[in-house]
Write a protein that binds this ligand. Structure first.
Ligand code: ATP
Ligand code: MG
Length: 599
């Protein structure tokens, strides 16, 4: 391709709309243009990258025995009502775009395809002889994200590869899952990226394994906790660890103490001269279930620990039936307005005890009259601890479960694992933290959808059973941008050769110089003929502008038909290292070809 004939517009300045380096660079280099919130045009250079990533994904999926198909993006609401996700997806979470057609039928734009694929399986799979099977597609997904941001990282329209396996039992699912795990590792390595596979939260379904693939980068939205020995890595949402040791409590007798202005752990520790590990803090949450019922949740946890809201959320979903609900819609720390709305009298915030009385709670149809009291494991074994006295300005010291307070029966691990914690698998290993961009997620679904939608098969013994399913997603467009986030410098992007839009850019410093132009044209044609994808910068621009643009768009190799032509040579510069060398004109095509092939 000749730059003179391309839609090629670069910007000198960082666009104001972008926060992170990869987003700035993709905009500046003319790879993408914003059309609306979370909506982007993939311009020619970007589209080439996306096609390359897709092709690598396709090859690895095919090699793992999956079959490509293409499912509809317009999805009838009936399917989502069958699975029970229509209301949550369109209203509660609101992640699904929905519409009504001219016949008054409700439709959704696919954010994911479990419902559609399970319908296909239900129609077409009858016998164990047809299993296992794995179907995938590479397609645009639609999600009405609350906070679309960072360009392609979190778009409202984005490209995903999604695969779904159908298996006769858990053992077979395990095999399909492992095959996908390997395929994902291959995909990301072939794209030239450094990654970490981490244990992931699998929601409240429980039991089922789930793993995320994280591209390591500072701007990542996810936090990963891992150990140096490489044996443990998990998304912080899921991570477990051993909390710091408890210091011996300085309080030996039970007492009520005046603790003025001690509404934070820090102030309280300073005032009482104790360690945060001696404190049981009681944190209030507001949980809204899908039947409209609000429950006030009181979590007792050790003072030096924080609540992991994903873990708490999962436990609350499991408790839904207790409130005649099927799932949880929202979990928040109630602000002043919410507190006013749900209580009769002001709460002693900062001084709450585990036994805060239920008569604080207002009466009403939509509010549960009792606190749901949950104790984190870290709070269970504390002796002679400090906790609130349910009275502003007062705490209790020397408190023990079973004496001053009854230990509530709901005890869960809902603490947030932290950097510096000891690992569970080996206590000499300390958790370290890194930022990651989730580019893939593999998940053992089990029979959640097949059961709800009636997708069954007949097993060897003639028995009818729900099909066991797995689902596997790669964010193709997110991965492409993550590649930039992992590899750039002050001058621009540095594409890994495997997914670069072009391999080589040939720059003609002065297009009016016949010799420069002729040699460049020749190299350009020869390289393309050999399959080395090459751009020719034949624009009527200053050489400096051309060099800057070449650096910005990040093509792995640059060839310059400049001064060295006098001695029969061209200059070749590697984008990544900026190393420059002079290569014989007669050799350059073969040299570049071998470099590109080697990569
Ligand atoms: P996230 O936690 O980032 O919102 P998710 O867990 O909802 O993602 P999945 O449903 O697991 O996402 O989708 C599979 C893959 O699709 C993700 O691993 C991610 O790479 C990609 N993806 C998800 N949402 C978006 C989005 N809004 N924009 C771009 N890629 C996305
Ligand atoms: Mg995910």
């Amino acid at each position: 391709m000749r730059l003179s004939q391309m839609l090629f517009v670069t910007l000198r300045e960082d666009p104001a709309e972008a926060e992170i380096p990869s987003h700035k660079l993709l905009l500046r280099a003319g790879y993408i243009r914003r059309i609306g919130s979370g909506i982007y045009a993939y311009l020619p250079l970007m589209w080439r990258v996306l096609q390359k990533v897709s092709q690598i994904v396709r090859e690895e999926m095919n090699a793992a025995g999956a079959q490509e198909c293409l499912l509809p993006q317009l999805q009838p609401s009936e399917l989502w009502k069958e699975s029970g996700r229509w209301e949550t997806y369109t209203k509660a979470e609101g992640i699904m775009f929905s519409l009504v057609d001219r016949q008054q039928r409700e439709l959704g734009l696919g954010p994911t395809h479990e419902e559609v694929i399970t319908t296909v399986a239900k129609d077409m799979i009858r016998s164990y002889r047809q299993l296992p099977i794995n179907l995938y597609q590479i397609q645009t997904k639609f999600r009405d994200e609350i906070r679309p941001r960072f360009g392609l990282m979190r778009g409202r329209e984005f490209i995903m590869k999604d695969a779904y396996s159908f298996n006769e039992d858990e053992a077979s699912l395990q095999k399909s899952y492992e095959a996908m795990d390997q395929a994902y590792r291959n995909i990301i390595s072939r794209c030239g990226l450094a990654f970490r596979a981490v244990e992931a939260d699998s929601g409240a379904i429980g039991g089922s394994a789930s793993q995320e693939f994280m591209i390591l980068a500072e701007a990542g939205e996810d936090e990963v906790l891992y150990t140096e020995d490489g044996k443990y890595a998990a998304n912080v949402e899921k991570a477990i660890s051993l909390p710091a040791e408890v210091e011996t409590s300085p309080f030996v007798t039970y007492e009520k103490r005046e603790t003025p202005e001690c509404n934070t752990i820090e102030k309280l520790c300073k005032f009482l001269q104790c360690s945060p590990t001696n404190i049981v803090k009681n944190v209030l949450y507001e949980a809204v279930y899908d039947n409209g019922k609000t429950v006030l949740v009181l979590v007792s946890i050790r003072g030096d620990q924080d609540v992991n809201e994903v873990k708490l959320n999962n436990e609350l979903v499991k408790l839904a039936t207790q409130y005649q609900a099927s799932t949880l819609l929202a979990l928040t720390v109630p602000d002043e307005n919410a507190q006013k709305k749900w209580t009769k009298k002001p709460l002693p915030m900062g001084y709450i005890s585990p036994s805060l009385e239920d008569d604080y709670i207002a009466s009403g149809e939509y509010i549960e009259g009792k606190f749901l009291r949950i104790v984190d494991k870290t709070a269970v074994d504390l002796k002679n601890f400090v906790t609130g006295a349910d009275e502003i300005g007062y705490h209790l010291v020397g408190v023990n479960w079973g004496k001053e307070f009854k230990l509530q029966p709901l005890i869960f691990d809902i603490r947030k694992a932290m950097i510096g914690d000891r690992s569970v698998h080996d206590t000499t290993q300390i958790l370290a933290s890194a930022r990651g961009i989730e580019v893939g997620h593999i998940f053992q679904l089990g029979t959640k959808y097949s059961q709800a939608m009636g997708a069954t098969f007949t097993d060897e013994n003639g028995e009818e059973k729900p099909i066991v399913m797995g689902c596997y997603g790669v964010g193709v467009s997110r991965l492409a941008q993550a590649a930039v986030e992992q590899s750039y410098d002050k001058d621009g992007m540095i594409w890994p050769t495997a997914i670069a839009p072009y391999h080589v850019i040939v720059i003609v410093p002065n297009i009016n110089d016949k010799n420069q132009m002729e040699v460049a044209e020749n190299i350009y044609h020869e390289l393309n003929k050999m399959g080395v994808e090459t751009l020719l910068d034949d624009r009527d621009e200053r050489a400096g502008v051309k060099f800057k643009d070449a650096d910005l768009i990040g093509i792995p190799y640059r060839v310059v038909t400049g001064r060295s032509l006098k001695s029969g040579k061209v200059e070749v510069v590697a984008r990544k290292t900026k190393e420059s060398q002079e290569v014989e004109v007669t050799e350059v095509v073969n040299t570049l070809h071998s470099w590109v092939v080697e990569n």
